[in-house]
Design a binder for this molecule. Sequence first.
Ligand SMILES: NC(=O)c1ccc[n+]([C@@H]2O[C@H](COP(=O)([O-])OP(=O)(O)OC[C@H]3O[C@@H](n4cnc5c(N)ncnc54)[C@H](OP(=O)(O)O)[C@@H]3O)[C@@H](O)[C@H]2O)c1
Length: 245
Amino acid sequence: MTDESPARVLIAGASGDTGTELLAVLRPTEFTVRATTRSYTNVEQLQRLGADEVVVADFFKSGDSVAAVEDCDIVCCALGTPPSYRHTVGGKLVDRTGVSNLLTAAVSEGVSHFVHQSAIGVGSSKAGLPLPARLVIRGSLKAKHDAETAIRRSEIDYTIVRPGKLTNEPPSGDIVVGEGGDSVSGSISRADVARVMAAAPFTGDARNRTLEVVNRGGLSGPPKRVVDVDWAFDRINADPDRMRL
Ligand SMILES: NC(=O)c1ccc[n+]([C@@H]2O[C@H](COP(=O)([O-])OP(=O)(O)OC[C@H]3O[C@@H](n4cnc5c(N)ncnc54)[C@H](OP(=O)(O)O)[C@@H]3O)[C@@H](O)[C@H]2O)c1
């Protein structure tokens, strides 16, 4: 990424609910936004939502992952397994295999920052998700744990964002951030997750950290291990020349 040319940001899983919010955040900025989906039928919709480029990619395929990441500076990964018994039984899940292919492609492309949407409940944050819910999605939690580990072990700068239960509320901007796993629990809007993910590559405080995030109004139980993060929201402010409806 150079200061002269605006960065190209890949939103992996742009057709999903958080991915769509990421598009809304990044559309009015100076960045070139590349969106992915597996389905050609989503292409026009993603362009309408503000994607400058759309790549049809299945991240189970390493060739698709390489093509999706080509020439990108930043990757925002909002991939997830659709509703399925696989959340319980595990196996080959996009949360592990797809993220791993994406990460490998990002490392060889020289991507400067990998932002990953994980979940409270994964790994050290298991106390933040009640046991019955953990049992139901134990397969995808394990896959996400493996993906987090691969990201931390890679040579790429990263931010792993572990949100609580996702809602479709408007952004509140009031986010409580914890670190160390057993920290905060509750819910957060996808819109607030998207703002945090978009700002993460420009936020020194967020570099190479794994952070649990919830909305203050969505907190369940007393927050612990709260950390102060000075999110670089100024970097994702709208560029007036790029405002379009
Ligand atoms: N639900 C919650 O309360 C909660 C809480 C914390 C964290 N999370 C996690 O947050 C993440 C985002 O959740 P969300 O509900 O916003 O997402 P979502 O609506 O389920 O979207 C998932 C995205 O992943 C894409 N995808 C799935 N398999 C793919 C594959 N093989 N190749 C390429 N793309 C693939 C889908 O694309 P297409 O279908 O268009 O191809 C879609 O864009 C997920 O990892 C989820 O587990 C969820």
